[in-house]
Write a protein that binds this ligand. Structure first.
Ligand SMILES: Cc1cc2nc3c(=O)[nH]c(=O)nc-3n(C[C@H](O)[C@H](O)[C@H](O)COP(=O)(O)O)c2cc1C
Length: 347
């Protein structure tokens, strides 16, 4: 299997009449197309004849880029939504329950016995295979108010279209991202996830996603690893990218824990799929979220209430160029071990 094959998933091959486990396996083909921090794909799967289990995969923690594991759990929430959307599409609605506690939570999915409460997700299905995190400049075309309204139906999403405000936010991002240039460990970690454009690896970020040509993409990771100061240049470039966006947004939550982060991931992925279907592009930028002071300033700029913390920042706009997909690893599904489960609550 080549490392982009995952995007070619054939909807007509869904095993509608197959075993539950074969259907869970088929749903995961959509799950793994979700976005994730540095394209680490920090998820792990198990199943049995009743349930599908989604775990955060601790092998993919990012100690310096995602020190609290916020991005890891957000990515898991994004993956969950893709699975739920596909399940609705193929007529086997699922109910997700959070198991475990604290940072050791995971998700158990079972088939819904009652009428699905998530049927509205079905319409998002065509977005799964066409969504990308578009990291290139966006067109200056404004996003019409009726479209913005549609996108803010998802609770806790706050959008900003005021050019002056967007510039202030772009400055805050640029200053915060530039601080990472002092952090050699962060640069080393990031460089581990940067890939040559012709990579055959199933994860990480090929240079083309940021508009880097094949030749320079061969050395990009070494430049960042050995000259972390270039992150300052990239921070400046980000400022321009944010300012090219007609809209920027945040997703907030009152709680700041793993469960809240999964919920934020669910919201972002619904937003990103909906935006894709509306012909829009979006991409997250995590720097301001990671730093407490910047996150507080960001909340103030968005004028959200003091008990809400921004958990994700993203830009939104019409694309100027179509972007290519990032690679995916092959799916591995383990056999569930019943001794590990303990119930908490339904999401
Ligand atoms: C929680 C989260 C944080 C992210 N943070 C950033 C970021 O700071 N900068 C960036 O360029 N992309 C960021 N991304 C986008 C990922 O790089 C992207 O999802 C990944 O490379 C996979 O590509 P795809 O989304 O096009 O499938 C983030 C994605 C997630 C889910």
């Amino acid at each position: 299997m080549n490392n982009y094959q995952a995007w070619e998933v054939d909807d007509s091959k869904f095993p509608t009449h197959g075993s539950v486990e074969s259907r869970y396996a088929a749903l995961l083909e959509y799950g793994i197309l979700a976005p994730s921090t540095h394209n680490t794909q920090p998820w792990r799967f198990e199943s049995d004849e009743k349930s599908l289990f989604l775990y955060p995969d601790r092998n993919y923690e990012l100690s310096y880029g995602d020190s609290e594991n916020r991005g890891l759990f957000i990515s898991l929430g994004c993956c969950l939504i893709n699975i739920m959307v596909a399940a609705e599409h193929f007529g086997m609605p699922l109910q997700a329950t959070i198991r475990g506690s604290g940072n050791n939570i995971f998700l158990q999915l079972v088939q819904s016995k009652t009428k699905s409460e998530n049927s509205s997700l079905r319409s998002l299905f065509p977005g799964i295979k066409s969504r990308t995190s578009n990291k290139l400049p966006y067109s200056p075309k404004v996003v019409a108010p009726n479209i913005l309204k549609k996108l803010t139906l998802i609770p806790s999403i706050h959008l900003e279209i005021n050019k002056r405000k967007i510039e202030e936010i772009a400055n805050l991002h640029s200053q915060t991202a530039a601080e990472y240039a002092m952090n050699k460990a962060f640069a080393r970690e990031l460089s581990n996830w940067l890939r040559y454009n012709k990579t055959e690896q199933g994860d990480g970020m090929p240079g083309f996603v940021s508009g880097i040509k094949t030749g320079p993409s061969l050395v990009g990771r070494y430049v960042i690893r050995f000259v972390p100061k270039v992150l300052k240049v990239l921070a400046k470039k980000d400022k321009g990218l944010i300012m090219s966006s007609a809209t920027v947004g945040i997703i907030t939550s009152a709680k700041n824990n793993a469960e809240a982060w999964i919920d934020v991931g669910k919201k972002y992925q619904q937003f990103a799929l909906q935006a894709t279907l509306l012909g829009l592009s979006s991409t997250p930028l995590a720097a301001m979220i990671e730093k407490e002071l910047a996150a507080t300033r960001l909340a103030r700029l968005f004028e959200v209430s003091a008990d809400e913390r921004p958990q994700m920042f993203f830009r939104l706009g019409y694309p100027t160029v179509d972007t290519k997909h990032t690679p995916r690893r092959e799916i591995k599904i383990g056999k569930y071990n019943a001794n590990t489960a303990s119930s908490s609550k339904i999401t």
